[in-house]
Design a protein around this ligand. Structure first.
Ligand SMILES: C[S@@+](CC[C@H](N)C(=O)[O-])C[C@H]1O[C@@H](n2cnc3c(N)ncnc32)[C@H](O)[C@@H]1O
Length: 185
């Protein structure tokens, strides 16, 4: 199974109708659509990308599915995650999905970067609900990808502890990193 699909299957377990979610790297909108479907018409998705082209593709995808009204497309870096979300949503987000790297089909010059991805991850931990989940799909084949992936994994290992459990799903290509609430007895 592709790790993009695995990420959706895992995250889907945490989506409740009417809930809130973040797509931190909207791209072509596959995960944004998935989150919108999972939360239903009363839910709300905040979807970030620094490329207008990505957001336009995503808007068209959402409109075709009739799910555009519950998604807020945000043309900003995910480094601005915390300040871009209404304060009343902080601590109430059910899922934050990251799919790092470059926009498929693009010239690969606009990519996620280690430092901004790390900043966004830290902010994700501040907006996610105690019952929520953070998933990161990290690619290692492009310049800077290995360093970004390693830094994110190290940061997520540091975050895992009493509150969260880290699951790592390896593949010859990307790695999927998932921080989910640690089950209590
Ligand atoms: C691998 S693609 C995401 C694919 C997407 N999840 C989908 O389902 O189609 C990565 C995206 O991250 C975006 N990106 C790069 N740097 C970013 C940043 N600092 N903040 C938000 N998005 C960024 C790129 O423009 C690109 O569209």
């Amino acid at each position: 199974m592709r790790l993009t699909r695995k990420a959706q299957l895992i995250v889907g377990e945490y989506l409740q109708p009417g809930g809130l979610a973040v797509d931190a790297t909207t791209g072509n909108g596959h995960d944004t659509l998935f989150l919108a479907q999972g939360l239903g018409s009363t839910g709300r998705v905040f979807a970030f990308d620094i490329q207008a082209r990505a957001l336009a593709t995503t808007r068209a995808r959402l409109e075709a599915a009739g799910l555009d009204t519950q998604v807020q497309l945000i043309h900003r870096s995910h480094e601005k995650l915390l300040e871009s979300l209404p304060p009343e949503t902080h601590g109430g987000i059910q899922a934050v999905m990251f799919n790092l790297g470059y926009l498929p089909g693009s010239d690969k010059t606009t990519i996620t970067r280690r430092d901004s991805s790390l900043a966004a991850l830290q902010q994700a931990t501040r907006i996610v609900s105690p019952q929520g989940i953070i998933s990161v799909l990290a690619y290692r084949g492009h310049p800077g990808g290995q360093e970004e992936s390693q830094a994110i994994q190290t940061a997520m290992e540091g975050l895992a502890g009493t509150q969260w459990h880290l699951s790592v799903f390896e593949s010859p290509g990307p790695v999927l990193l998932v921080l989910a609430p640690r089950p209590h007895d």
